[in-house]
Write a protein that binds this ligand. Structure first.
Ligand code: ATP
Ligand code: MG
Length: 425
């Protein structure tokens, strides 16, 4: 009996993997422009990291983690997100002591959540994210949003919308928290069990509930924006004015929350507005987390970041019908005829490759016609033909597959001639 892939995971096969590489290339190049450097942290961490760093009241920690005990009786968890580990590493490696502040990092790798798989929702998925730690300048908030929008736009996405909110600072949040409890308390019995337990622990997360979204109290809930104190209001206005100066459109949604205690000020999402994108429209989530670093045992330094998944990025590209040229076309297929010529092409193909060209030959003992077909399938720009007679005369034929032009050249000139022809293409 054969064994199948686990539920909620996928193989990224050749033909599709090029799309991933294309996006990764765009994202990493843009990160370089904005001066974010890559960080790689382990796939598993101590479970406690996420309990503290993501938060005990979140869906991730309560329902979605892949947690296991290793042979040394430690509780470990496959990372469900990237921020907690980056912050751990920031503290552990004392990056707060680096003269270059803020510390600007990006990561790209698999995350694991035990979710109900559906389109755009996997149990293993890949997140690309950035964190800027060490600055509370609204310009850095605008910068990280500009960065992610730059990535989407460069990839060709047009139907993306930046949605923005402010969660205010601690004082604003306390005032808002009380207002929410007052609002939901009288009718909390009509809400799901999760919401009932959220009421005291973390009432802002009620606004994020997927089950009770349509409840009338959701729509009439007080707005955080009415509870921002002066510092928070000014901060939010400054973020907006920077975005406007950068020519980045956004809409404000006061119901957008990231319900953790240490999230504050800027919260944002990028949504796809493409027709046919499906029910889940969030491409990217991000926000400011000024309390997180100290929560993780570091100094009291502020931070902001975002993460998007590659899977939803690709789905959005598909929904918008964006195609691009994959430049992995073959430069030269070397066709051979006869045993001796066949042996000779082993070295010939190798020489082409080490000279920087994409070269291929036959390994299936195919007849000449089938070798030509293989060259066609691989969209070879040139086909080189080496028969027994040519080999005896130290010659080889080169055919330009676009013009049909053929040329016989000296075998020892072959690599150099082809290299020149490729340069002309
Ligand atoms: P959702 O509300 O869709 O569950 P989330 O709030 O759990 O999202 P975040 O933790 O903020 O998501 O993660 C940031 C981004 O990662 C999301 O905007 C989405 O693009 C992506 N993402 C999250 N969970 C998954 C998943 N299971 N499969 C694929 N992508 C995901
Ligand atoms: Mg989720």
């Amino acid at each position: 009996m054969s064994i199948n892939i686990p539920r909620g995971t996928q193989d990224i096969l050749p033909g599709t993997v090029e799309k991933w590489q294309h996006i990764e290339k765009i994202a990493t190049e843009i990160c370089r422009n904005y001066q974010y450097k890559e960080i790689r942290t382990p796939i598993f961490e101590h479970t406690e990291l996420f309990q503290r760093g993501v938060g005990d009241t979140t869906d991730i920690v309560q329902k979605e983690m892949y947690t296991f005990t290793d042979r040394g009786d430690r509780s470990l968890t496959l990372r469900p997100e990237g921020t907690a580990a980056v912050v751990r590493s920031f503290v552990e490696n004392k990056m707060f002591g680096d003269p270059n502040q803020p510390v600007k990092l990006y990561y790209n790798g698999p995350m694991f959540r035990y979710e109900r798989p559906q389109s755009g929702r996997y149990r293993q998925f890949v997140q690309f994210g950035v964190e800027a730690i060490g600055s509370e300048d609204p310009a850095i908030d605008a910068e990280v949003m500009a960065l992610v929008m730059d990535i989407y736009k460069t990839a060709g996405l047009q139907k993306v919308e930046l949605v923005l909110n402010s969660l205010g600072d601690k004082d604003s949040r306390v005032a808002y928290r009380n207002a929410l409890i007052e609002h939901f308390q009288p009718r909390i019995g009509e809400f799901c069990e999760d919401c009932q337990s959220r009421l005291e622990k973390n009432p802002m997360r009620i606004l994020d509930c997927k089950k009770d979204r349509e409840h009338e109290l959701m729509k009439s809930a007080p707005s955080i924006l009415d509870y921002l104190n002066e510092y928070s209001r000014t901060y939010f206005e400054k973020v907006q004015s920077y975005l406007t100066a950068l020519g980045i459109d956004f809409t404000i949604d006061p119901t957008l929350v990231r319900g953790l205690d240490y999230y504050n000020h800027t919260a944002f999402e990028v949504m796809s507005r493409a027709d046919g994108f499906g029910a889940i429209t969030t491409l990217c989530g991000g926000g400011r987390y000024n309390g997180l670093v100290s929560q993780m045992g570091g100094p009291d330094v502020p931070g902001i970041g975002f993460a998007f998944s590659m899977e939803r990025f690709l789905a959005a590209m598909e929904a918008e019908g964006i195609a691009w040229e994959d430049d992995n076309r073959l430069d030269c297929y070397v066709v051979s005829l006869g045993e001796e010529a066949k042996d000779y092409t082993v070295k010939l193909v190798h020489d082409l490759r080490t000279a920087g060209m994409k070269a291929e030959r036959d390994y299936q003992n195919r007849k000449m016609k089938a070798q030509f077909k293989a060259a066609d399938r691989l969209q070879a720009r040139f086909v080189a033909i080496l028969g027994e007679d040519e080999l005896k005369e130290n010659k080889i034929n080169i055919k330009d597959m676009e013009t049909g032009e053929q040329q016989e050249i000296a075998l020892d000139q072959f690599v150099e001639t082809l290299r020149k022809k490729m340069e002309e293409k």
